[in-house]
Design a protein around this ligand. Structure first.
Ligand SMILES: Nc1ncnc2c1ncn2[C@@H]1O[C@H](COP(=O)(O)OP(=O)(O)OP(=O)(O)O)[C@@H](O)[C@H]1O
Length: 311
């Protein structure tokens, strides 16, 4: 049985000219024990979706279930079963680390001791500072405390809304390792993120933009579905280079990517055609080489296709 099912969910805010269609018919299923990513830019609808699935917000249309329970009718039962770590810091700033955790344990009729095994790996890293107020913690420590609080009642499904936003690269990596080990313990995890590189750490990912899911696939499946030739190009004057590449008739798209620009080519165009074109523009020593698309290239392509179709 699927652990989470969303079926044609819609949500809108405001009225008339202020109307925002935050979710435009979102459907997907998450299997039990999956680590499922929802990837999308700011404003894509991730928080609205998570708030509906955790029963904090009512959908305007469609239906959704968690562990077979309906998010509208069975909201009380769902709340006992899910853990939710909201995007914005949700802890009590004036309570200490330990008091925050005790508070969450008490609401769920449990104790820190009872489920200590589940949080041990995460909580033991901040336990030496257990008397420090939450408001005085670093971003990485707050994140570990918030995750411990979301887990303290041993949820069967964990919802994490942008847990790594604003967190440094080392803490981000550690955080994903923690998620992997939680998954090993059988917890279903839905995690949203604006960082496309995190997609490759999930079992499957849904790409969301403007309230619409553009693709649901495994990271390998996303990459395998990419069909265009792709080249990486680098020169001393990257701005001038980008302008020229964006005017190139053999190119479908050109965008900055780390130290390089990536150019998506029309079928039949090659590294040699790009080099010839740049030579015609008096750029004789440009580094052009063919590359395999990574997951970010695939998402960029999907998002651009979608926005062109709606122009
Ligand atoms: N209470 C609200 N009233 C009006 N508009 C809202 C409200 N909440 C969200 N929105 C709008 O709905 C859209 C989706 O927002 P949502 O927060 O779900 O997206 P998100 O992907 O989580 O983005 P972010 O990371 O910026 O929160 C955005 O355009 C947002 O401005």
């Amino acid at each position: 049985m699927a652990s989470v099912v969303a079926n044609n969910l819609t949500k809108q805010y405001g009225k008339k000219k202020d109307l925002v269609q935050a979710l435009k018919g979102v459907s997907f299923e998450v299997e039990k024990g999956e680590l499922f990513g929802i990837i999308g830019p700011d404003g894509a609808g991730k928080t609205s979706l998570f708030r509906i699935l955790t029963t904090l917000l009512l959908p305007d249309g469609g239906a959704a279930s968690v562990d077979g329970l309906d998010v509208v009718k069975d909201f009380k039962a769902i709340r006992q079963r899910v853990g939710y770590m909201p995007g914005r810091f949700s802890l009590y700033q004036d309570l200490t680390i330990e008091e925050n955790l005790e508070f969450f344990a008490t609401i769920f009729n449990t104790t820190i001791q009872e489920n200590y095994d589940l949080i041990k790996d995460i909580y033991s890293q901040i336990e030496p500072f257990k008397d420090r107020r939450a408001g005085k913690l670093s971003g990485g420590m707050k994140q570990k405390l918030a995750l411990s609080c979301a887990l303290i009642h041993k949820p069967s499904v964990l919802f994490l809304d942008e847990p790594t936003t604003g967190v440094d690269a080392v803490s981000r990596k550690e955080f994903w390792e923690m998620l992997r080990s939680l998954k090993e313990q059988g917890i279903t995890i839905l995690v949203s993120t604006p960082y496309m590189d995190e997609a490759s750490l999930c079992d499957r990912v849904a790409l969301i933009q403007n309230g619409t899911i553009l693709s649901v696939n495994t990271p390998d499946g996303v990459i395998a579905s990419y069909k265009h030739p792709l080249v990486a190009v680098k020169d001393d004057n990257m701005l001038q280079l980008l302008n020229l590449l964006q005017q190139y008739e053999g190119g479908l798209d050109a965008y900055p990517f780390g130290e390089y620009h990536h150019v998506v080519l029309k079928d039949g165009y090659t590294t040699a055609s790009v080099t010839t074109y740049l030579q015609e523009q008096q750029l004789d020593h440009v580094n052009v080489h063919s590359i395999r698309a990574d997951i970010e290239d695939c998402f960029i392509a999907l998002m651009k296709t979608e926005s062109h179709e709606h122009k």
